[in-house]
Write a protein that binds this ligand. Structure first.
Ligand code: GRF
Length: 188
């Protein structure tokens, strides 16, 4: 069995989509969801789906060695960040080297880095009058949005698009591609 841990801080629609995708899979399962936000929407979604979701304090995320130990105990094979707004510290990154991936809602390196998360990204893309945007799925290293790119997918931006309509298009791309990338990484 390949065990996934998802880290999420917000609504958790990607987390839910990933759980549903692997629900009947015999060799891949979402073992747990970890968060740094106690009242994040992701917890309610996981409760409905019967997946354990746990909040660790920001202090514990900063120390990180206890969380790394917890993940080793859970025999986690892949850590999937899905809207996780805490910077991962060395104990987790080094314990799971090459086994942590993230999804970013733009075509990195464009619109990445500090402050570029959630709607901030889509507003910046619209303000810059880009003709396309998309998603980047990448490995996680110590640099924000800096790891090797695994996959990018694109969507066009039309004149009447707003940050909100763009966010919707990008979410569709996320739902389509993220579970498949996870599956192909785990199946080698
Ligand atoms: C997604 O757009 C993802 O790209 C970004 O955070 C957002 C999370 O959305 N990293 P949700 O909580 O899964 O709905």
């Amino acid at each position: 069995m390949n065990n996934i841990a998802i880290f999420a801080s917000g609504d958790g629609s990607n987390a839910e989509n990933i759980v549903r995708y692997f629900a009947d899979n015999k060799s891949v399962r979402v073992k747990c969801v970890l968060s740094n936000v106690d009242n994040a929407g992701v917890h309610l979604r996981m409760k409905r789906l019967g997946v354990p979701s746990i909040t660790f304090s920001n202090q514990l995320w900063r120390e990180a060695s206890g969380i790394a130990e917890y993940l080793r105990g859970q025999e986690i094979d892949l850590i999937v960040l899905a809207g996780f707004l805490c910077i991962l510290q060395p104990p987790i990154i080094s314990s799971f080297a090459g086994k942590i991936i993230n999804i970013h809602p733009s075509l990195l390196p464009k619109f990445g880095g500090k402050g570029m998360w959630g709607m901030n990204v889509h507003r910046a893309v619209i303000e810059a009058k880009e003709s396309e945007s998309g998603i980047t799925i990448h490995y996680v290293n110590a640099e924000i949005d800096g790891g090797t790119v695994i996959l990018q997918a694109r969507c066009p931006i039309y004149e009447n698009d707003t940050a909100e309509t763009l966010a919707q298009k990008v979410h569709e791309l996320e739902y389509e591609h993220y579970p498949r990338v996870i599956e192909s990484l785990l199946n080698g």
